[in-house]
Design a binder for this molecule. Structure first.
Ligand code: ADP
Length: 282
């Protein structure tokens, strides 16, 4: 699948778009017909002395706006490296990554950081919540750090949106608690709220259930699916767990740095409890 040619104007337009005020789920689905994540022959070679390891090999991938895609593979298959490449956290050796019409290679470090901060929300296996802050404090500081601006002015945190997110993720009653007072599942749901508070177009999740028991895992997966459906962002989840991956609409299998197979998630069509209902497990 092709993408529009990348020009300075495209980059500038995308950068201007970053400044526009957002509504819940209107502007995350830009240019429906073109992929929001696109890679072309993406390759990453690590060099340690004379040893070269090709962690990602000629990966060509297109993800449409609003899709929920899982990338599954055994340890060492290159999933994390692909995640870092898609998130602009490391640079490709060859090939390109185009996010929302913007080729990472055309951006300066500062522009890439800005694109990442405004368009991508990250969720990691380790929740990485600040232990001295409440759940609310963790979400607020993430928003502060993102430095959202409108017409040159700092855009204040939208409390109504925060309430909406808390309800969506069933953490309304937990926001005053510190991470140590929350279960693993609750901490991860706070981490998801922290990722979503800037209204990213894309959520990249790296083994989001890796530290959770089966029940909490399922609750977190349902929350990711719910936010994908209700907020309309594009979700890409890396996992070694086929059961977790089955919630995605599309599963891509990775082996030795390559995407080798694709199938539909068997649980992707499940109906979810209404927004605000507590998940089966915390
Ligand atoms: P996965 O996430 O599927 O476990 P990774 O992307 O972490 O896979 O690793 C893919 C391959 O790249 C492995 O062989 C790993 O040893 C190697 N690798 C990952 N990071 C580095 C690095 N920083 N330097 C050298 N080799 C690396």
């Amino acid at each position: 699948m092709g993408v529009p040619p990348i020009s300075c104007e495209t980059v500038n337009r995308a950068n201007r778009d970053l400044m526009k005020p957002r509504v819940y789920n209107k502007d995350v689905q830009t240019e429906k017909s073109s992929p929001i994540i696109f890679t072309d022959n993406l390759t990453k070679v690590y060099t340690a002395g004379r040893i070269k390891v090709t962690a990602v090999r000629r990966v060509s991938l297109a993800v449409e706006p609003g899709e929920f895609v899982a990338i599954v593979g055994p340890s060492g298959s290159g999933k994390s490296t692909l995640f870092y490449l898609l998130g602009g956290l490391t640079q490709a050796t060859e090939g390109r990554v185009v996010i929302d019409g913007v080729d990472f290679a055309t951006l300066s470090d500062a522009e890439r950081t800005r694109l990442r901060k405004h368009r991508i929300g990250f969720v990691f296996q380790k929740f990485n919540l600040l232990p001295t802050l409440s759940a609310m404090g963790n979400i607020e500081i993430a928003y502060e750090v993102s430095g959202r601006m409108v017409n040159g002015k700092k855009e204040p945190l939208d409390r109504a949106y925060l309430n909406h997110l808390s309800e969506l993720l069933a953490i309304q009653g937990r926001l005053d608690h510190r991470p140590s007072e929350l279960s693993g599942g609750e901490q991860q749901r706070v981490a998801i709220a922290r990722a979503l508070i800037t209204r990213p177009a894309i959520v990249l999740a790296d083994e989001p259930t890796g530290n959770l028991d089966t029940k909490s895992s399922d609750a977190v997966l349902h929350m990711l699916l719910r936010s994908n459906r209700e907020l309309g962002q594009t979700t890409l989840m890396i996992t070694h767990n086929p059961e977790a991956a089955s919630i995605a609409s599309r599963i891509l299998y990775m082996r030795d740095g390559e995407l080798v197979r694709e199938e539909k998630g068997t649980r992707s069509g499940i109906s979810l409890p209404v927004s605000g209902a507590a998940p089966a497990a915390v």
